[in-house]
Design a protein around this ligand. Structure first.
Ligand code: BGC
Length: 849
C-alpha cells in the first residue's frame, strides 16, 4: 500500500531532514530530498493561467477568463476542459502545484479579489471549483483550494479576524472547500486572516472539518508568509510553510520537537502528506513493484507527469502551431461567459451584412483589461482586444473606427517593445542591469517590458537599473514614472527628474512585490527624437525587487476626447462602447470603496447612446459596477475580465456566431450592502447567511440584475415542474423541468432550481439555490431536464447539535431562470408518511417582486 511505502520513506529521515521539508526551499519551490527520491516541487499562481516559477514576461502564459467569468458559464464540462489546459500549461512550465482555484465567496462586491472568486453562492462556487480541480488534477498537476477560510475581502487581510457564526461558516464559507475535498483536491491553502480568534495557519478548522470529518489527505500549504509561529502552527494541522528558505519553522521547530512542545508524530504526518502530494504530481521516485493495483490511484498521476502527457490539447500547446486549439477553447469560453443583460428590440446580434461603418469606442476597446491585479496576474501569450476582434470579424465588409472617448486614471504604462529599445543592443525592449554597492555592473539582461518584477537574483546586487531609448510617438508633455521601494531615481538624457526615498509602509506581499508606489515626472518630448531614460532603485532587504520604468504620451483634453467619440458615433451604423475598470481598481491587497465606473465613462455612454440608438455597451470588469444609464441604452453585455481571446470571443457574440452563454454568478447592483472594513481588527459577518441575492431578497428595492440573470439570443418558456411529493429526510431529490425554446434560434438555458421554506424553525434565506443544469434546444423545441438537488440543500447546520440536520415538513421547490424569475413551483414534504398533494405538472405560480 502507498501508505506503508510513504511511512517507510518517512522513517528514513531524521528530524532535521523532515523539518527541512516543511518550509519552502525558495519563494516558489519545495526542498528535494535525494535520500528518498524526492524531487523539488514547483508551485505557481493561478488561477487564470500558470505563471511559472517567477514573474518573467519572457515566459508568457495562456490566459483564461477570470473566475467570475468561468462561473458565469455555469458549465462544468467547459471549466473542466479549461482545467486540462492549465494542467498542460503547468507541465510545459515545469509546475507541479497550481495555486488555484480561489474558493472564497462574493460576500461583498467591494472585495478586491471578487474577480478571482467564482460566485456569491456556495453551491455554484463548489461545483465550478470542483470542475476546475478535476480538470487540473486529471493532468497530474495539483490544484490548491484557497484561501481556507473567510478570506472574502482585502482590507487588513493579513491580520483581520473574521467573526462568523457556526451555521454561516458551514453553510456558506466552508461549503466550497468541502466540495473541493469531495472532488479530491490535493492541496488546500490556509488564509492569512483569522476566524473567530485564531489565525488560519493555527486554526482548529484545519483539523476539523478539513482533515477530520471531510477526510482531506493532501497538504495544507500556507498563504505566502501566513505561518507566523513555531509551536502553534506546527501543532495545528498546517503542513507546509511557504515561501522559503527562511521562516518560523526550520531550526526553531526542531528545537520545539526536542523540547516536547510539538509531537514528532505531527511532523511525520506533515511529511507523509507532502510525500503523498509528491507521488501524485510525479515528484517522488518510488521504487515500487510494477503492477500492484493498490498503488494505482497515486501512481497513475505520478507516471503521467513523467511521460509525455496524454492531454488532447497538449500537442497543440507547442509554440509551433500558434496554440490554435487552446486559443479556440479560450475563445469559446469568452462567448460562453459573456452575459447579455439587456437587449431591447433585439438589437443584438448585429447583422454584419448591414454594417458599413462601425464605431468602436471606450477606453477599454483598445486597451482591454483581460485580468485583475495581484498575485493572480500572468503575462499573457497575446491579447486580442475588442477593437482587434471586431476589425477581424468585419474585415473587408465594414470600416471600423476607434476613439477612446474617455481617459482612465490607470497605473502608468511600462515601456515596451513598441516604444523602447535596449541602448546596448538596439533590440526592442529595455536593458536591465544589477549594480553592486559601488555601482559596478554585476549582471545585465535584455527584457521586453519596463515592469521588472523579478530580475535575476544575485546576492551582491544593491540596485536595479532599467535603461532604454524611448522613441516618443507624439510631441508634447509626456508623463514618466518610476516605481520601487527605497531610493528611486529617474533620469532623462542625464537630467535627474526624480530622486527620492520611498519608505515601505506595508507588509502585504502583493503590494511589496507587485505594486510599489509610483513617482512621476513630466517631460516635453518631440516625436521621433529618442530620449535615454534610466530608472534606478536601491534593493533594501525585505522591500521586494520590483522596479518599473513607465511612460505615457500626452492626452487629449477630456472634452475634445468625448466630443470626438460622440461625433464618430453619430456617423456610424452601429456603435460598440467598451467601458470598464482596471487591474488597479480590482486587485488583491485592496478593496474597492464604491462601484462607480472610473473617469467620465458614464457620461461617455450616455452621450454616445443619445447620438446613435444602435449602441451596444460592453462592460469590461471583473465584478459589479454601477450602470446608472442602463435603461438609456438598448443593449448591455458583460465581458468580465475575459482573458487573452477577449476580442474574438466578443466579436463572435456581437455578430451572432455564438450565443452570449453567461448567467450572472453574482448579483449585479450599483452599490454594496455589506462593508469590508474591519473595526478594531475584527470583521463581523453580521449578515449571517444573507449575502448577495439572499440579502437583496429582503429589500424592497431590487438590484439592477438578479443572480442567475442573462438573456441569451433566444427566448424560453418554462412549461412544467415535476417534484416528487415526498422526500426521504436527509436524502437528495431529483426534479424534472420541461421548458421550450420559443425563439427562432437554437440556444442554451441555465435551468435553476431554488428551495424555500416559509415555515421554519431555523435561520434561512428567503430562498436558496439548490441545483441547476444546462438545457439545449432548437427553435420551437421542448426539452425535459432533470435537476438533482443534493441532500445538503435541504439541511441546515445546527450549532446546538454540532451537526447537519434536516427539518421535516414542506419545502417549496422553485424553477426558472434567475433568483427572481421563477415561474414554476412545487412542494415536497420531507419525511412525510401520509401521501401529500403533489403540485400538478403544468401549474405555474410566478413569483412577483
Ligand atoms: C496570495 C495567494 C498567492 C500567494 C503566492 C498571496 O499573497 O494571497 O493567493 O497564491 O500570494 O503568490
Amino acid at each position: 500500500m502507498i501508505i506503508d511505502e510513504l511511512d517507510r520513506l518517512v522513517e528514513k529521515l531524521d528530524l532535521e531532514r523532515k523539518v527541512r521539508l516543511l518550509t519552502g526551499a525558495t519563494v516558489w519551490s519545495t526542498h528535494a530530498e535525494p535520500v528518498i527520491g524526492l524531487r523539488a516541487m514547483v508551485t505557481s499562481d493561478g488561477p487564470v493561467g500558470v505563471r511559472g516559477e517567477g514573474w518573467d514576461e519572457r515566459s508568457p502564459s495562456l490566459t483564461l477568463p477570470s473566475a467570475t467569468a468561468l462561473a458565469a458559464t455555469w458549465d462544468e464540462d467547459l471549466v473542466e476542459r479549461l482545467g486540462g489546459l492549465l494542467a498542460a500549461e503547468a507541465r510545459r512550465k515545469g509546475v507541479h502545484v497550481l495555486l488555484a482555484p480561489t474558493l472564497n465567496l462574493h460576500r461583498s462586491p467591494l472585495g478586491g479579489r471578487h474577480f478571482e472568486c467564482y460566485s456569491e453562492d456556495p453551491l455554484l462556487t463548489g461545483r465550478i471549483g470542483a470542475a476546475y480541480i478535476r480538470g487540473v488534477q486529471a493532468g497530474g498537476v495539483a490544484a490548491t483550494a484557497k484561501h481556507y477560510v473567510a478570506n472574502d475581502s482585502e482590507t487588513e487581510r493579513l491580520t483581520l479576524d473574521a467573526r462568523v457564526d457556526e451555521q454561516t461558516l458551514r453553510e456558506l464559507y466552508l461549503a466550497p472547500f468541502e466540495a473541493a475535498v469531495e472532488a479530491g483536491v490535493w492541496a488546500v491553502m490556509s488564509a492569512y486572516n483569522g476566524v473567530n480568534g485564531e489565525t488560519m495557519s493555527e486554526s482548529p478548522l484545519l483539523a476539523d472539518p478539513l482533515k477530520g470529518v471531510w477526510g482531506f489527505d493532501g497538504v495544507v500549504v500556507s498563504d505566502w508568509g501566513g505561518v507566523r509561529s513555531t509551536g502553534p502552527a506546527a501543532r495545528a494541522a498546517q503542513d507546509l510553510a511557504m515561501p522559503g528558505p527562511q521562516g518560523p519553522w526550520g531550526e526553531a521547530l526542531v528545537a520545539a520537537v526536542r523540547a516536547g512542545e510539538v509531537p514528532e508524530a505531527a511532523i511525520d504526518d506533515k511529511v507523509r502528506r507532502l510525500l503523498r502530494l509528491a507521488s501524485r504530481v510525479g515528484a517522488l521516485d518510488l521504487d515500487l513493484p510494477a503492477d500492484d493495483p493498490a498503488l494505482l490511484p497515486d501512481l497513475a498521476a505520478q507516471r503521467g507527469h513523467d511521460r509525455a502527457p496524454d492531454l488532447a490539447l497538449l500537442p497543440d500547446l507547442a509554440e509551433r502551431d500558434g496554440h490554435g486549439p487552446a486559443r479556440a477553447l479560450l475563445r469559446q469560453a469568452v462567448a460562453a461567459s459573456t452575459v447579455l443583460l439587456r437587449n431591447e428590440d433585439a438589437l443584438l446580434p448585429l447583422d454584419p451584412s448591414r454594417l458599413r461603418r462601425v464605431a468602436v469606442l471606450g477606453p477599454n476597446a483598445a486597451a482591454v483589461r483581460i485580468q485583475g491585479g495581484g498575485s493572480a496576474g500572468v503575462y499573457p501569450l497575446s491579447v486580442v482586444s475588442p477593437l482587434d476582434g471586431i476589425r477581424d470579424a468585419l474585415s473587408g465588409t465594414a470600416e471600423v473606427l476607434h476613439s477612446p472617448g474617455a481617459h482612465l486614471d490607470d497605473r502608468p504604462t511600462p515601456l515596451g517593445t513598441d516604444n523602447a529599445r535596449n541602448p546596448r543592443t538596439g533590440e526592442p525592449g529595455v536593458l536591465v542591469r544589477l549594480l553592486d554597492a559601488a555601482g559596478a555592473e554585476v549582471h545585465a539582461e535584455h527584457r521586453l517590458t519596463g515592469r521588472i518584477l523579478e530580475p535575476a537574483r544575485i546576492d551582491s546586487a544593491a540596485a536595479v537599473e532599467i535603461r532604454a531609448l524611448l522613441s516618443p510617438a507624439a510631441d508634447g508633455v509626456w508623463e514618466l514614472a518610476v516605481a520601487g521601494w527605497g531610493h528611486v531615481l529617474l533620469e532623462a538624457d542625464g537630467r535627474v527628474l526624480v530622486d527620492e526615498e520611498v519608505e515601505r509602509d506595508t507588509d502585504d506581499p502583493a503590494t511589496v512585490h507587485l505594486s510599489p508606489p509610483y513617482r512621476r515626472a513630466r517631460l516635453t518630448m518631440t516625436a521621433d527624437r529618442d530620449v535615454e531614460l534610466v530608472s534606478r532603485r536601491r534593493l533594501d532587504p525585505g522591500s521586494g525587487i520590483a522596479s518599473v520604468l513607465a511612460a505615457d504620451p500626452p492626452r487629449r483634453d477630456a472634452e475634445v476626447e468625448l466630443a470626438a467619440a460622440v461625433e464618430l458615433a453619430r456617423t456610424c451604423d452601429a456603435v460598440i462602447v467598451v467601458v470598464g475598470t482596471t487591474e488597479e481598481i480590482e486587485s488583491e491587497g485592496v478593496d474597492r470603496t464604491h462601484l462607480d465606473l472610473p473617469g467620465r465613462q458614464a457620461e461617455l455612454v450616455r452621450a454616445v447612446a443619445a447620438a446613435n440608438p444602435a449602441t451596444v455597451v460592453v462592460v469590461n470588469s471583473g465584478g459589479p459596477v454601477d450602470l446608472p444609464w442602463r435603461e438609456e441604452v438598448p443593449a448591455v453585455l458583460l465581458s468580465w475580465f475575459p482573458g487573452q481571446e477577449a476580442g474574438h470571443g466578443l466579436a463572435d457574440v456581437l455578430f451572432g456566431r455564438a450565443e452570449p452563454g453567461g448567467r450572472l454568478p453574482t448579483t449585479w447592483a450599483g452599490r454594496a450592502l455589506i462593508s469590508t472594513v474591519p473595526e478594531d481588527g475584527t470583521l463581523v459577518y453580521a449578515e449571517g447567511l444573507e449575502i448577495g441575492h439572499r440579502a437583496w431578497l429582503r429589500r424592497s428595492a431590487p438590484p439592477a440584475y438578479w443572480f442567475g440573470h442573462g438573456l441569451g439570443y433566444t427566448s424560453w418558456s418554462y412549461e412544467s415542474l415535476s417534484v416528487p411529493g415526498d422526500a426521504v429526510p436527509g436524502g437528495p431529490l431529483s426534479v424534472r423541468v420541461r421548458l421550450r425554446n420559443t425563439g427562432a434560434r437554437a440556444g442554451r438555458e441555465v435551468v435553476q432550481v431554488y428551495l424555500s421554506r416559509p415555515e421554519t424553525g431555523v435561520a434561512r434565506p428567503v430562498r436558496w439555490l439548490a441545483g441547476y443544469t444546462l438545457a439545449d434546444a432548437g427553435p420551437g423545441e421542448a426539452v425535459v431536464v432533470t435537476v438533482d438537488i443534493p441532500a445538503r440543500a435541504f439541511r441546515h447546520w445546527s450549532a446546538g447539535h454540532r451537526n447537519w440536520r434536516t427539518e421535516q415538513g414542506a419545502f417549496t421547490v422553485l424553477a426558472g431562470r434567475s433568483a427572481a424569475d421563477l415561474p414554476l413551483s412545487g412542494t415536497t414534504l420531507v419525511g412525510a408518511q401520509a401521501p401529500v398533494q403533489p403540485e400538478p405538472i403544468g401549474e405555474r405560480s410566478p413569483i412577483m417582486l
